[in-house]
Design a protein around this ligand. Structure first.
Ligand SMILES: [Zn+2]
Length: 155
């Protein structure tokens, strides 16, 4: 099982419980297992997970907010950069950024660990090729994919 670093990595303490949560759902939740398919556990474990500064949440022209949770490069063994300035680090803070209008609305009400596991499993969908692009002109799909993961793995 790959972790982003040793105990000296400042992100290990928040990544590992979330990774365990994602792993447990992928292996122990029948609906989640079927949704991702048999090869997904291997993909989860073989991917290279690390943290990068990918930008703080920004306010959009329509009054909403946008925040990058992580970015995945599925080529080769697959690399996932988790945004060290985004909702993975502080899901609760991100959710209340716009009072009454949470922009990560599909994560609403989840524990921090579950919200982080949701991000990990969303990225797993990109690693396996189940999920296509969901940035730029495809940004609409981002919440759709997150909703699929939430429905199949968190209920
Ligand atoms: Zn995505």
């Amino acid at each position: 099982m790959f972790y982003p670093g040793t105990d000296t990595n400042p992100y290990t303490g928040i990544f590992n419980p979330a990774f365990e949560d994602a792993y447990d759902r992928l292996t122990g939740n029948e609906t989640c297992c079927k949704f991702f398919g048999p090869g997904a556990v291997d993909t989860l474990q073989r991917a290279r997970w690390s943290f990068q500064a990918l930008g703080r949440p920004i306010k959009l022209a329509n009054g909403g907010y946008s925040s990058v949770g992580a970015s995945t490069f599925p080529e080769g063994l697959g690399a996932v950069f988790i945004n060290s300035q985004g909702p993975f680090i502080n899901p609760t803070h991100t959710l209340v950024l716009a009072p009454g209008r949470p922009f990560v609305d599909l994560s609403g009400g989840m524990s921090d660990v579950d919200a982080r596991a949701l991000i990990i499993l969303h990225e797993l969908g990109h690693l396996t090729g189940m999920f296509g692009p969901d940035t730029g002109k495809f940004a609409y799909y981002n919440k759709f994919f997150t909703g699929l993961v939430r429905t199949n793995c968190f209920q």
